[in-house]
Design a protein. Structure first.
Length: 154
């Protein structure tokens, strides 16, 4: 059930579509998706890391794609049946998954590493120079400067 209707805001604003879409998606439940588990940590002032537990997946089974502020991680392990063995209990999940993360503006993926069953994705926020705050110097007129008045026209 949706509690807030953003449609009037769509009609009266320009350029805020992505913000309203994000707010809309927050209002909707995640459908109980909890696989695979992950952590998001801050590793520096402008650095982040997503760590995802992907035990049983190899590098070729996982794809990572960043497109328009959305990071998508997909895992698809081909089902292999061993004819000589039979599972009595199967507790290690190796099912296909897809996780999406909304990235803030100017956040880029700088690398990924698969180690000991954990997929580490490093992110870096790099704000362009023209968007960073800058200090504006305040000038004062020198005391020795004279002001010249214009002649009045009669």
């Amino acid at each position: 059930m949706r509690h807030v209707d953003f449609s009037p805001l769509y009609r009266s604003t320009v350029g805020f579509d992505r913000l309203f879409t994000m707010l809309d998606s927050l209002a909707q439940p995640d459908n109980g998706q909890s696989y695979p588990p992950y952590n998001i940590e801050r590793t520096g002032e402008d650095a982040y890391r997503i760590s995802m537990a992907v035990a049983g997946f190899a590098e070729e089974d996982i794809s990572i794609e960043a497109h328009r502020n959305v990071l998508t991680i997909k895992g698809d392990k081909p089902e292999t049946q061993d004819e000589t063995s039979e599972f009595l209990h199967r507790g290690i999940a190796a099912r296909a998954f897809e996780r999406r993360f909304q990235l803030a503006d100017h956040v880029e993926v700088v690398g990924a590493l698969l180690k000991n069953g954990l997929l580490h994705i490093d992110l870096q926020r790099s704000v362009p120079e023209e968007m960073k705050p800058r200090k504006i110097a305040i000038r004062t007129t020198p005391a020795s400067a004279k002001q010249i008045e214009g002649n009045a026209v009669n």
